[in-house]
Design a protein around this ligand. Sequence first.
Ligand code: AMP
Ligand code: MG
Length: 348
Amino acid sequence: MKTSETIILEIDPFNIEEEKIKEAAKAIRENKTVVFPTETVYGLGANGLSEEAVKKIFIAKGRPFDNPLILHVTNIKAFLEYAYVSYSLLEKMEKLVPGPVTFVLKKKKIVPDIVTAGKDTVAIRMPAHPIASKLILYSGVPIAAPSANISGKPSATLSDHVIHDLKNKVDYIIIGGKVEFGIESTVIDLTAGNKPVLLRPGPIPPQKIAEIFGDIVVPDFAYGYVEADYIKAPGMKYRHYSPDTPVILIEYQDKEQMINKVLTEYNKYSNPIILCLREHYNFFKERNMNCDIIGSEENYYEFAIKLFEMLRKYDEKVEVMIVEGIEDKGIGIAIMNRLRKAAHKIIK
Ligand code: AMP
Ligand code: MG
């Protein structure tokens, strides 16, 4: 849907111009839509207390109305305003906040049903990004925001992605440089019983959460293999992170086996690309194969930041993308979750 022409604001996150951020905050208060950077991915935000404003987010993204949004707040006390949280729980949450982590809590009445897709729980996050924080602070309301991409497509980690997907579908786009992590926040459900449940892996790995909260339940669907029981994780029932060009994922295995499986797939197509580990790049390049580096075994954070960028870069440029996977450890769980959901075919 075309609204009106999008106003683009370029803001340096290290030297925020007050006038520009205040203009964007005013737009939020006027129930307009504003795309802004966070430390995870770009978000598509609107006044989280206004049904009219939040509706515009769903329409701009083409997002199904039964997929709930995350409320973004700028201080820890806000968790108490929008959800029922005990002080002992809040003390634990404080150790991870602000940061790339979202908590699912019992919601208070003030949160409109449209934000939570009618559920009695609400997802809340306090981002650490300076532009996101100031935008929320100046707007004076919690900002409901999913990732700033067309529903089902890879999330936006660069401002070019946002422009591509959402220009003239939203009121404002803040161009605010690169994001830090490149994958969406870790989502933890604190309402499921006495143990926290990992609904979506993200930059904060389950081990880190367990250190603070004690045991954490990691359901099978967190790995991205099986469809979630969407009552528990409503967002999971939809196709996610998928470019139009098919993705073939090769699960992590030893180097020789992995390369053999890549070669078998590669030879089936006339115009494939291999999105490979840095450690395998020379092998493919020396054989004149079409390839690019998506990450390395050495540094999974590099993989996370490049993941969606690479899936978008080669979308509709090749016949198929063959992606080399990594191990399900640390942030690797989150990366493999996204890749398994994006994949049309998974090879073990
Ligand atoms: P996005 O911001 O596009 O990454 O989507 C937000 C994600 O947060 C959704 O896909 C849901 O899985 C999750 N979420 C939001 N609200 C809730 C909730 N009340 N209960 C469980 N998960 C939620
Ligand atoms: Mg999303």
